[in-house]
Design a binder for this molecule. Sequence first.
Ligand SMILES: Cc1cc2nc3c(=O)[nH]c(=O)nc-3n(C[C@H](O)[C@H](O)[C@H](O)COP(=O)(O)O)c2cc1C
Length: 365
Amino acid sequence: MSDQGPAGAHSGPGMSERKAQHLSICLDGETYHVETSRTRLDEVHLVHQALPELNADDVDDSGEFLGQSIDMPVFISSMTGGSAGAYQVNKDLATVAGELGIPVGMGSIRILLRKPDVIDHFRLKRYAPNVPVFANIGGVQLPEVPHTELYRLLEELAVDAVAVHLNPGQELVQPEGDRNFAGIREAVATFTAASPVPVIVKETGFGVHPGEIARLQAAGVAAVDIAGAGGTNWNRVEAYRQDDDTVAAAAAEFDDWGISTALILAALGREQRGVFASGGIRSGTDVLKALALGADTVGMALPFVRHVSEGGVGAAVAFGRQVKYVIRTGMALMGCNRISDLRHAPLWLEEPLRRDAQALWRACR
Ligand SMILES: Cc1cc2nc3c(=O)[nH]c(=O)nc-3n(C[C@H](O)[C@H](O)[C@H](O)COP(=O)(O)O)c2cc1C
């Protein structure tokens, strides 16, 4: 890898600085190539209806997020927080979410355990009071941190839900990353049982396999966001921050690591419930395909943060409106009056994806 991380990207920075480095790597698409794999949504085909038998003006593209009504079944995935630049981005993302009427996540609140003074960075509800706002914490923190302290923060932030992120791939390449992943499954269950708000469990771009999704659902989590492979690869983001050439070169072997977003959805089947799709979702047609495959709602991280940083709130809102237009138009062209009709609309999968989905299901159930 020839790129060297951003200036000052050496091992051992503070958490705020690390977050700022992550953001600058993700935003500079010219220098850093953080999208390395495939969602395999290109192997999913929606079927055009020449006779849709509906009035396009009656199409209802409103969605639902953990029981709350939202203006379309799309959310802005958990991102940053904890540095001055990240605060501005977070405020902008929350404003975008409010304008579009969709949920918004925030980055990990772990930093608040060490730096309570940055709590304002995470008070996003005031910028988006009309939509669900969800906090975020690493699964790797749950066995160590007193849950009561986290519950107190969730209440103080007045969030509607919390996402627990799973990111072993990132941690193992991060110079200052965690390496002990034992006990997380049990800690997620304990945390969920007493949480004051619904708990979402999410990956961060390598996917969650069907057997693990079933275990998490049995543990009582409100939703699993699969965050499959095909979008931002956090192993690669960390590789750009690595000073150790061996680790950086080894990380490149994981460019195709993970379970593709479409593969997980296809393995679960269209009747699945309580599953959010994300990881490499980049367009309205990607959203339509994920919904047709059975996702409840669909998340995007990188597209929203890049639009906000390049063109401000207006550009990100315009992108969201385009996504909405495509969802509505696609629904009409598929003869679907409601979002829930999409999972019954005609659809076909190319043979490799169909075959691999069956194999994944058999291997990981
Ligand atoms: C700048 C940036 C910061 C992120 N920070 C977090 C985080 O703090 N917690 C988390 O769960 N996921 C975080 N993510 C991961 C996203 O939520 C998402 O799972 C991942 O980027 C895959 O989605 P994408 O392909 O649409 O980017 C971050 C993503 C980006 C781009």
